[in-house]
Design a protein around this ligand. Sequence first.
Ligand code: COA
Length: 160
Amino acid sequence: MLITKLDKHHQKADFDCGNEALNRFIRQQAGQLLKRNETVIYGAVDKDRLAGFYTLSACQIMQADDEALLKKQSPHSPIGCVLLGRLAVDKRYKGKGLGSDLLLHAMRTVRKLSHMMGLAFVIVDAKDDNAQAFYEKYGFRELTRCPKRLCYAVKDIPLG
Ligand SMILES: CC(C)(COP(=O)(O)OP(=O)(O)OC[C@H]1O[C@@H](n2cnc3c(N)ncnc32)[C@H](O)[C@@H]1OP(=O)(O)O)[C@@H](O)C(=O)NCCC(=O)NCCS
């Protein structure tokens, strides 16, 4: 399946991942965020149908968010990161590996970006225990001072 940057001509109206907040985001709110350059959305497109998507935007964390995990980072300056803000797969495509394909695509996109600007971690905010378990399966670790906020070091993203 093709994973591509989404724009307004892609059909998003009948996307249904089972989570109303994520459905509302992609059906109604995404267009405005794209217009304001506040996020970039990558979608897996099956013919004309949107099967899954993820979003990327800039964010920062501080060493104090997890002093043990981030002990090699500067204690004084914000740490430049990418927020993998949303990741969702339409119900009709769940359980077929698309979620992991999108996550891998996101990590590779971040690695390429990290050659152009300082990016130390990929950050995700898991919306519940299930989402947290999904990310932990791929090596994300929760920041001790920020419940449900997980990180993955850009330097550890596998090549290939
Ligand atoms: C989480 C989500 C993206 C997974 O998509 P998917 O296409 O069904 O996942 P995959 O088929 O790629 O599964 C990959 C692996 O993750 C596992 N997995 C899937 N959902 C999981 C979950 N909620 N918790 C733990 N592991 C999970 C699968 O069992 C599979 O493991 P395996 O390779 O050992 O068989 C999808 O269920 C979804 O859109 N959920 C609603 C939105 C959401 O929670 N988004 C994430 C946080 S914002």
